[in-house]
Design a protein around this ligand. Structure first.
Ligand code: HEM
Length: 401
């Protein structure tokens, strides 16, 4: 079978056929990349978990996002983000913000998230039920939530959305960006953040930016660049992933009206909503992969991997591994257990915002189903061209009032 896991493939759909073949025949598969060094594609659930948990062998310091090798300039900025640090340094930086994301904090935010989701769903009714789902619905809740937490004023939130699209969408011509433009967007975000930082030094508030401005690591205050990098990472990570997951969840329900009806008839069944949310996460798996680099010569399933070689772990494959998930290509909102790898395979980088994302997905889907008994597509959805984000760019939907 021809294996191609680069951006064009994903625009057509998740390559389940290629992954099923790789899991069966070549779980550690060498993949060439034109004009760049290739990588080892890892596709089995248990291998991905093991790699994610072993930072002594598999480092993120040479870059964890994007399959292609970053330029030295890109890497200089990326290295300021915890995604691209190894413990113990990563542990020290993560601790600065982790208090904002504990289950207790997410519990405190849940009512505000629900109220925001209710307002967004009301706005769908005001439009007569016919919407461009991505921009009219899915983008709003994640954007508002992370911007409130970090400390971005309401009036500037659309700019954050546009910047993060430009940063993440550079492989898709529809976003009119190139990888240079992606860097420019990042630079603009840094400048914007600097202004907020100045304000917080003078006027501390109850937000993450103030925490970062006042934080110390090993007795030193964070540099301006470090705060900027945190800002970009949190706003981009909080946005793109959750927005796309909400879009995939609603698409899955439109494709399965029986499941839509079942959830709509059980709006107060918390256990059902909990397991349905996990299944939406498994199903929609909004980040295709993360990358690690071998820090020493090693072996996986007898395959020798040399120090410095890239290993790409495909969550999109792990979540459909038939050895772990029965009937993986069927949406099952009661699936248990459902230990998907959508937030990573565990270990030091496990998604900081997992609880926050779960709360938002449940709230947004539930508020839609509370108001609208049925939904249908009015045109086929269009997927983003990206080998990193499982993105939906356009999804015209008609909700029945
Ligand atoms: C459905 C939504 C989300 C998905 C699918 C997702 C997925 C992921 C994945 C796969 C990782 C890397 C795991 C690893 O390398 O082992 C990660 C890390 C991270 N995520 Fe999320 N994420 C989501 C939502 C969020 C939200 C709402 C935030 C809020 C700010 C967030 C913040 C982060 C941060 C800061 C990291 C880096 C953690 C570290 O390196 O220590 N994510 N996420």
């Amino acid at each position: 079978m021809r294996i191609d896991l680069l951006e064009d493939t994903w625009e057509r759909g998740v390559p389940h056929d290629q992954f099923a073949y790789l899991r069966r025949e070549a779980p550690i598969h060498w993949h060439d990349v034109p004009d760049d060094t290739g990588f080892w594609a890892v596709t089995r659930y248990h291998d991905i978990r093991a790699i994610s948990r072993d930072h002594h062998t598999w480092s993120t310091e040479a870059g964890s996002t994007f399959i292609r090798t970053p330029s030295p300039e890109e890497m200089a900025v990326a290295r300021l983000m915890l995604l691209n640090m190894d413990p113990p340094k990563q542990t020290r930086y993560r601790r600065l913000v982790s208090a904002g994301f504990t289950p207790r904090m997410v519990g405190k935010l849940t009512e505000a998230i629900r109220a925001r989701a209710a307002r967004i769903a009301d706005s769908v009714a005001e439009k007569g039920g016919e919407v461009e789902f991505v921009t009219d619905v899915a983008q709003h809740l994640p954007l508002q939530t992370i911007c409130e937490m970090v400390g971005v004023p309401r009036s500037d939130q659309q700019m954050i959305f546009d910047w993060s699209n430009r940063m993440i969408g550079f492989q898709d011509p529809d976003f009119h960006t190139t990888s240079d433009d992606s860097d420019i967007a990042g630079g603009e975000m840094f400048l914007y953040c600097d202004k907020l930082v100045e304000d917080r030094r003078a006027n501390p508030r109850d937000d993450i930016l103030t925490v970062l401005v006042q934080a110390e690591v090993d007795g030193d205050r964070l540099t301006r660049e470090e705060i900027d990098a945190f800002f970009v990472m949190l706003t981009v990570a909080g946005n793109e992933t959750t927005r796309n997951l909400i879009a995939h969840a609603v698409l899955a329900l439109i494709e399965r009206p029986d499941v839509y009806q079942e959830l709509a008839a059980n709006l107060d069944d918390e256990d059902l909503w909990r397991s349905a949310t996990e299944e939406f996460l498994r199903w929609g798996s909004s980040i295709h992969n993360f990358r690690r680099t071998a820090v020493r010569d090693t072996e996986l399933h007898g395959q020798k991997i040399a120090e410095g070689e890239k290993v790409v772990t495909f969550y999109a494959s792990a979540n459909y591994d038939e050895k772990v998930f029965a009937d993986p290509l069927t949406l099952d909102i009661r699936r248990a257990p459902n230990e998907h790898l959508t937030f990573g395979g565990g270990g030091p980088h496990f998604c900081l915002g997992a609880g926050l994302a779960r709360a938002q997905i449940t709230a947004m889907v539930r508020e839609l189903l509370r108001r609208f008994p049925e939904a249908e597509l009015t045109a086929p959805p269009r997927r983003m061209r990206s080998d990193f984000i499982n993105g939906i760019k356009h999804m015209p939907v008609r909700f029945r009032l």
